[in-house]
Design a protein around this ligand. Structure first.
Ligand code: HEM
Length: 452
C-alpha cells in the first residue's frame, strides 16, 4: 500500500492560481515534475524562486556557503509577532551568539539528563490513551500534540502539561496556528515590498498572550536561579550559560524569544512525525508487530537511557516516517550574491527553496520513493540517500539544534505507546497531507486503538 501523497497541480498555471493554491496548501501547489527535477525555476513578475533538488546544490547552500544563503527577512516578518528575534529567524552575528548559548543545552550529555522527563511524558501519554482503547475512531494528532507539548514543558521547565500556565500556552498555540495560514504565503512567496504585510488581529492577540505567559515562566525561573532553587532542566541550563565570547547571558526578552521557538519548533514537528508514524504503522501491521515486540523486549519499567540504543526498529520507523512526511516540508534562503547553479545564472536576491518533501521522494535518488520501508536504511541505496538526500532536520550550521533530542523522543514515545496499544486505520478516513506550518493531515489522522 502506497502511503497518501498530495495530488500535484498541472505543470502550467497562472500566477494568481498558483498563489491561491499556495495559500490553501503548499504541497499540492507544486507540479509533479519536481519529484524528478534537479532544479526548477519559478519566474513571476515579482520574484524568482529556484528549487534545488540536487544533493550537490543542497550541500552548497546549507553546508559549503551558508553565509551566502541567509534566511530571508520575509521569513522573519511572517513570524515576528510570536518569535521576535529568536534563533530561528536571526542571521549573522546575533544568530551566532544565540547558538553559542543554546547548543550546549542540547549536546549528547544533556540528552541523558532530559531522558527521565521524556519517559514521564511517555507514561502520561499511555495513561491518557487508556479510555480510548476500545476500538473507537480517534483523531490521533490531538494526542501526539499533547504528548509533544508535555515533553517540551517537562524538559524545558520541569512542568507537566497539566500545569496551568503550561496548559494555557498549549491552548493558545493551538488558536495561534489556526489563525495564521497566511504565514505560508508571507514566508515563502516573496511578495513585492509595496504590498502591506499584515498580521491578522487574532494572530497578534494570540502571539501577545503566548509571550505574556512565557514571560511569566521565564521571570519566575530567573528568580529561582538567583535564589539557587531552580531545577536542573533545559531552561536553567540555557539561562545560566554565558556566551563564551562575551560572557553575557540572554536577557528576559531574548529568552522569551527562544522559549517561543523551542515550543513551536519542538512540539509541532515532533507531533506531526509521531502522528504520521502511527498512521504508517497502522497501515503496515507487520512493522507494527515488529516494533511492539522490540518495545516489549527492550523497555523495562524504569527509564533506562541505554535501552534507547536497542530500539532499532522504532528508530528506523521514525526515520522513514520523517522521510515520507518531513515535518518541515520546505525551507527558504535568499541568494546574497549572484551565483551559478547547474549552469544557470541565479541573480542576487533570488529565493532558494530547499524542499525536504521533494528531496525525500526524489524519483532519481530513492528506490521505491513513495513506499514505506523502514528496512531501506540497511540497503546501499538507503544508506547513500541518508547521507545525501535526507534532511528532515536541515543540515550544516543551521541544522536543527533539537535533532538529537527529537531522535530520542520520537523512537522512545513510539516504543512506549506501541508496547501498550495496537492501532488500526479507519476505512473511510485516509489522511490527506497538507503543509501549513508543518506537514499535517487536512482532516486529522484517524485511527482505532486497542489495548494489547
Ligand atoms: C521531529 C522533530 C523536529 C524536526 C523535524 C525539526 C526540523 C527542523 C528544521 C528543518 C529546521 C531548520 C529550519 C530552517 O532552516 O528553515 C529546524 C530548526 C530549528 N529547530 Fe527543529 N525540528 C524538530 C524538533 C526540534 C526540537 C525538539 C527543538 C527544541 C526543543 C527544535 C528547535 C529548533 C530551533 C531552535 C531551530 C532554529 C535553528 C537555527 O535556525 O539556527 N527543533 N528544525
Amino acid at each position: 500500500m502506497i502511503p497518501p501523497k498530495p495530488l500535484a497541480r498541472p505543470d502550467k498555471v497562472s500566477l494568481w492560481r498558483y498563489l491561491r493554491l499556495f495559500r490553501r496548501d503548499l504541497l499540492s501547489a507544486q507540479p509533479a515534475r519536481l519529484y524528478r527535477a534537479w532544479m526548477a525555476e519559478f519566474r513571476t513578475p515579482f520574484f524568482r524562486s529556484y528549487m534545488c533538488n540536487d544533493p550537490a546544490l543542497v550541500d552548497l547552500v546549507l553546508k559549503q556557503r551558508p553565509e551566502d544563503f541567509p534566511k530571508s527577512d520575509r521569513v522573519r516578518e511572517g513570524l515576528r509577532p510570536l518569535l521576535g528575534n529568536s534563533v530561528f529567524v536571526t542571521n549573522g552575528a546575533t544568530w551566532e551568539r544565540q547558538r553559542r548559548i543554546i547548543d550546549p543545552a542540547f549536546e549528547g550529555g544533556r540528552l541523558r539528563d532530559t531522558f527521565g522527563a521524556m519517559w514521564a511524558a511517555g507514561q502520561a501519554a499511555v495513561a491518557r490513551l487508556a479510555p480510548f482503547a476500545d476500538g473507537r475512531a480517534q483523531e490521533i494528532e490531538l494526542q501526539t500534540s499533547h504528548v509533544a507539548a508535555d515533553v517540551i514543558f517537562r524538559t524545558l521547565f520541569s512542568l507537566p502539561i497539566e500545569d496551568q500556565v503550561a496548559g494555557e500556552v498549549f491552548a493558545e498555540f493551538r488558536s495561534h496556528q489556526q489563525a495564521q495560514p497566511i504565514l505560508n504565503l508571507a514566508a515563502l512567496v516573496p511578495l513585492p515590498r509595496w504590498l502591506p504585510r499584515f498580521h491578522r488581529r487574532t494572530t497578534r492577540r494570540t502571539a501577545a498572550r503566548i509571550r505574556q505567559l512565557i514571560t511569566r515562566l521565564t521571570a519566575d525561573r530567573a528568580r529561582a536561579l538567583a535564589q539557587g532553587t531552580a531545577p536542573d532542566d533545559l531552561a536553567s541550563k540555557i539561562m545560566s550559560t554565558p556566551d563564551p565570547l562575551t560572557g553575557a547571558c540572554f536577557d528576559t526578552e531574548e529568552m522569551v524569544d527562544q522559549v517561543a521557538i523551542f515550543f513551536l519548533a519542538g512540539h509541532e514537528t515532533s507531533a506531526s512525525a509521531l502522528a504520521w508514524a502511527l498512521y504508517l504503522l497502522a497501515t503496515h501491521p507487520e512493522w507494527q508487530d515488529r516494533l511492539a515486540a522490540e518495545a516489549q523486549a527492550e523497555l523495562g519499567t524504569e527509564p533506562d537511557f541505554a535501552a534507547l540504543g536497542r530500539l532499532r526498529v522504532a528508530r528506523a520507523v521514525f526515520r522513514e516516517a520523517m522521510r515520507l512526511y518531513p515535518p518541515v516540508p520546505m525551507m527558504v534562503r535568499e541568494a546574497r550574491c549572484p551565483v551559478t547553479m547547474r549552469a544557470r545564472a541565479v541573480p542576487k536576491g533570488a529565493q532558494i527553496v530547499l524542499s525536504p518533501w521533494h528531496l525525500h521522494r526524489h524519483e532519481r535518488l530513492w528506490d521505491n520513493p513513495d513506499g514505506f520501508d523502514p528496512a531501506r536504511f540497511e540497503t546501499e541505496n538507503g544508506k547513500a540517500c541518508l547521507r545525501s538526500a535526507y534532511i528532515p532536520f536541515s543540515a550544516g550550521q543551521r541544522v536543527c539544534p533539537g535533532a538529537g533530542f527529537a531522535m530520542v523522543e520520537g523512537p522512545l514515545l513510539l516504543a512506549m505507546i506501541l508496547r501498550a496499544y495496537r492501532f488500526e486505520p479507519v476505512a473511510d478516513k485516509v489522511p490527506v497531507p497538507v503543509a501549513h506550518l508543518t506537514v499535517r493531515a487536512r482532516d486529522g489522522i484517524w485511527l482505532k486503538l486497542f489495548a494489547r
